[in-house]
Design a protein around this ligand. Structure first.
Ligand code: ACO
Length: 325
């Protein structure tokens, strides 16, 4: 039977120029480089210039992805942008990027699932392609978390960074050689009873401010490990695969201890796990597409490699995608 598959055809990323080492935090809050590295694995992160908006970061990542895929923006049918830090309350950041790119047909919209946003966006893009509604989709994760950090809260302000990543998917039919590539399965979950573990203490309808990140780190850590393992198992099972088949894990980059603990429980060697958190910090919805693009630049993935992507964030919302590169 002929089946439509969503195949990756290009990716890109952008990290703002300003790189901030842990030592900068030692000057303003009661912390040390050693504490941050040992508890999180983070050594530095990038912060956007005040003149940069989330759409500016997204645009640069999107242009790099178009060039990598060797297609024009006018060929895109849809653009889905995951962010928790949009330029404005409305219109969507996606439509701003659509316009700046010169994408003159189709539609664009934002998705909000915080750190799991890229997985939710990818899953939606996959569904749009499989249903036959679109052929080429740009999926972006872009964040400027530095705008919602409380610089006096040492347990959160050291964790996050800014950046954007983009992946372009194209419809292919499984009666071609492309069957060996593309998205095989997705798994999405959320549970709003955990809202209070990780949230922003402001919003349009509540305070009319954008607010700042608050988090119960220890609790989030525990949920992250167990839920990332279960969602990864769900995606693999849905694709009739097991951990033995995985060539690369591309996890959300929140904390190196969450990443290694999860890999350890699943019996996956850390040589197969992409890690960018040490130089990027947690870039929320942008972390997975940035990791994909950096890995591609380093020629780490071979065509047909099985990638397991997984993420969790505020909500809590979590999910995973199994995809052949
Ligand atoms: N420097 C020095 N000490 C600190 C710092 C800091 N930057 N931050 C917290 N501490 C202190 C605390 O005040 C506490 O001190 P106390 O014992 O005197 O009260 C002590 O360190 C231990 O605090 P915990 O919060 O229990 O520390 P923990 O070992 O759990 O590490 C951390 C904190 C790194 C936030 C950890 O809980 C974590 O990584 N949680 C996961 C959260 C996460 O990654 N969230 C990102 C968003 S969600 C996602 O993307 C998955």
């Amino acid at each position: 039977m002929r089946k439509i598959v969503a195949v990756p055809i290009g990716c890109g990323h952008y990290l703002p120029k300003r790189q901030v080492n842990n030592s900068e935090f030692e000057r303003t809050i009661d912390t040390t480089n050693e504490w941050i590295i040992s508890r999180t694995g983070i050594e530095s992160r990038h912060f956007a210039d005040p003149s940069e908006n989330t759409s500016d970061l997204a645009l640069k990542a999107a242009r790099m992805a178009l060039s990598d895929a060797k297609i024009a923006a006018s060929e895109l049918d849809a653009l889905i942008l995951a962010t928790a830090t949009p330029d404005q309350t409305f219109p969507s950041t996606a439509t701003r990027v659509q316009h700046s790119l010169g994408m003159n047909k189709g539609f664009a919209f934002d998705i909000q699932a915080v750190c799991a946003g890229f997985i939710f966006a990818l899953s939606n893009a996959n569904a749009l392609i499989k249903s036959g509604q679109v052929k080429k989709v740009m999926v972006i994760g872009a964040e400027i978390f530095s705008r919602i950090l409380d610089w006096s809260d040492r347990s959160t302000c050291i964790l996050f960074g800014d950046g954007a990543g983009a992946l372009i998917l194209e419809a292919a039919e499984n009666n071609t050689k492309e069957i060996r590539r593309g998205i095989l399965s997705t798994d999405l979950n959320s549970d709003g009873k955990y809202n209070d573990l990780l949230f922003v203490n402001g919003g349009v309808a509540t305070t009319q401010t954008s607010g700042f990140v608050e988090m119960q780190g220890r609790e989030v850590f525990k949920h992250a490990v167990s839920k990332l393992v279960s969602t990864a198992e769900n995606s693999l099972k849905a694709a009739n695969l097991s951990t033995k088949d995985v060539n690369w894990v591309v996890p959300h980059q929140a904390n190196s201890r969450i990443i290694s603990r999860t890999a350890n429980i699943m019996g996956i060697d850390m040589n197969k796990v992409v890690m960018t958190v040490s130089n990027h910090g947690n870039t929320s919805a942008a972390s997975i597409p940035i990791a994909l693009s950096c890995s591609k630049q380093q020629n780490r993935f071979k065509s047909g490699d099985l990638l397991l992507m997984k993420a969790i964030g505020g909500g809590l919302a979590w999910g995973s995608v199994a995809m052949r590169w």
